[in-house]
Design a protein around this ligand. Structure first.
Ligand code: NG6
Ligand code: CA
Length: 506
């Protein structure tokens, strides 16, 4: 009885409050109409790994659904040919080459985004969004050496994400555990985690010394601590109960992304769903083993495509598809043998992950950074193919425009009309990065300045673009960058060098 009267009083108070505050309630309704924003980000998926982009040997029906129902970009770029810098560019709207720390990070690296910096999730929070990340982070954690047995911070939560369910670095690097809002999931405090990237812990088997304990063989690198029969980069001791199972990582992150959507469907949300496929080690769930006929690399692409289909089904079931902008892309171009013997080369057959572009992951050539890039919004974006020059760097300012914020960065351009399929032009030019070296795109042209170093990255068999001469390509006529026009077109070369230097400095 006492409870009943308390409830009644509360009810009456809330009615009075809501009557008095008629306006704020209306304002709240306005905010509710804000579109949800989802970025689905794959890891090392090549332009040509998607059937909508012309792949004939592999089928990606769910990605194709987005591509054929939205804008499919043929000149969509990551900011970099590797993961950390690309993720940095995407989230901060700042060229990664401006930040010296933006290079492939070990699992122990400190956070490279300043907690003062603008980020997409921070910008969206000013507009009432709930923000979440599920999947791969790889932007560093903590501010020095991390103690994995206490709350790990600063991290995603400190740079704008209300919710974070992540792996720290990559699937091939320790620590091989999930971290939820800074805490290692399932950690037994009596079995503390120790991580070292230089020295092994006494008595710990490694891929190098104990190949008999591995189920996947290392080809280059990846010969340190063995977890789940897979030798990794870096040494790890302890944390047994917290270690992930590689084969269900895709299901695990998918569940996380679906749960996030279900939990936040009643407020505008931003979800960064950062999938781990097809990065090494490629560990498809048994349901997908053999499904591509191309070995594990193909199988995890089929698996990733399935996950995307399931995720979109959730948006649909929750009635959110018409109010959600989906951006699909990849952090860098494709690589076959990236350090394990996993048949990626042997079983490739006629498939061309680069889609005929030159180079691949790690490369200043097109295949390093030109990636699958799709924007999809049911009922709002009309299906089209766009040749506009667009970059992940531009998502910050463009999304900002979409939600009515005036937050931008100098590097990130508002090209919302191109992302919405309303305009077929976007950026004029773009500076791209690979291993701290940069190249330049402007209109139909691509410039690679001279760099020291070998032309071919032997271990992965990828041309990375180093040459003692300037390279100038007209990628409209010569998509696969076969004809260097630097000598025959000195005027264009001079013009390109001048524009590139204006952005990049000398
Ligand atoms: C390289 C690894 C490679 C991959 C890459 C990061 C070796 C020899 N190679 O150093 O396997 O992990 O780093 O990939 O260790 S990325 O997509 O996260 O940038
Ligand atoms: Ca990557």
């Amino acid at each position: 009885m006492k409870y009943l009267s308390t409830i009644l009083t509360l009810l009456m108070v809330s009615i009075v409050i809501s009557c008095k505050d008629a306006k704020p309630v209306e304002a709240k309704k306005e905010t509710k109409k804000q579109p949800n924003i989802v970025v689905i980000y794959t890891d090392d998926l090549g332009y040509g790994d998607v059937s909508a982009n012309g792949a004939t040997e592999i089928n990606t029906p769910n990605i194709d659904k987005l591509a054929n129902g939205g804008v499919r970009f043929t000149n969509g770029y990551a900011t970099s040919a590797t993961c950390t810098p690309s993720r940095y560019g995407l989230l901060t709207g700042v060229y990664p080459w401006r930040n010296k720390q933006a290079k492939i990070l070990p699992g122990t690296a400190p956070l490279i985004i300043s907690t003062e910096q603008t980020t997409i999730p921070k910008m969206l929070k000013t507009k009432g969004y709930h923000t979440g990340i599920v999947g791969k982070w790889h932007l560093g954690l903590g501010s020095g050496m991390v103690n994995w047995n206490e709350r790990v911070s600063p991290g995603p939560n400190e740079v704008g994400f209300d919710y974070a369910y992540i792996m720290a670095a990559t699937q091939d690097r320790v620590p091989t555990v999930y971290i939820e809002n800074g805490d290692v999931v399932g950690l037994d405090k009596n079995d503390p985690i120790k991580i070292d990237y230089k020295n092994n812990f006494e008595g710990q088997p490694t891929g190098k010394d104990n190949p008999e304990l591995t189920k996947m063989k290392w080809h280059h690198g990846h010969n340190s601590t063995i977890v789940n029969g897979i030798p990794r980069i870096g040494y790890m001791k302890g944390g047994e109960a917290a270690k992930w199972t590689d084969e269900d990582m895709a299901d695990h992150f998918l569940k996380g992304a679906q749960n996030y959507v279900k939990q936040h469907k009643n407020e505008p949300f931003f979800l960064y769903y950062a999938m781990q496929q097809p990065h090494v080690p490629r560990t498809p769930h048994p349901r997908f083993v053999g499904k591509s006929g191309m070995g594990p690399r193909g199988d995890v692409i089929v698996e990733a495509d399935w996950c995307i289909g399931e995720f979109i089904k959730t948006l649909e079931e929750e009635g959110l598809l018409e109010n959600t902008l989906i951006v699909f892309s990849s952090d860098n171009g494709p690589v076959l043998n990236d350090g394990y013997f996993d048949d990626a080369v042997e079983k490739l057959g006629k498939h061309t992950p680069t889609g005929g572009l030159r180079g691949g992951k790690y490369s200043l050539f097109e295949a390093g950074t030109k990636v699958p890039f799709i924007t999809y919004w049911k009922g709002k974006i009309q299906p089209t193919v766009s040749d506009a020059l667009v970059c992940q760097l531009d998502l910050l300012s463009s999304i900002s425009k979409l939600v009515g914020s005036d937050i931008t960065t100098d590097d990130s351009q508002d090209i919302l009309d191109a992302f919405m399929g309303k305009s077929k032009t976007a950026r004029k030019d773009l500076v791209l990065e690979a291993n701290r070296k940069t190249a330049y795109r402007n209109g139909d042209w691509a410039l690679i300045p001279p760099y020291k170093g070998s032309h071919l990255l032997k271990e992965v068999n990828i041309e990375i673009g180093n040459s003692s001469d300037y390279q100038l390509y007209n990628i409209k006529d010569d998509r696969s960058q076969q004809k260097n026009l630097a000598t025959s077109n000195p005027d264009k070369l001079a013009e390109m060098i001048a524009s590139y230097t204006a952005i990049r400095g000398t």
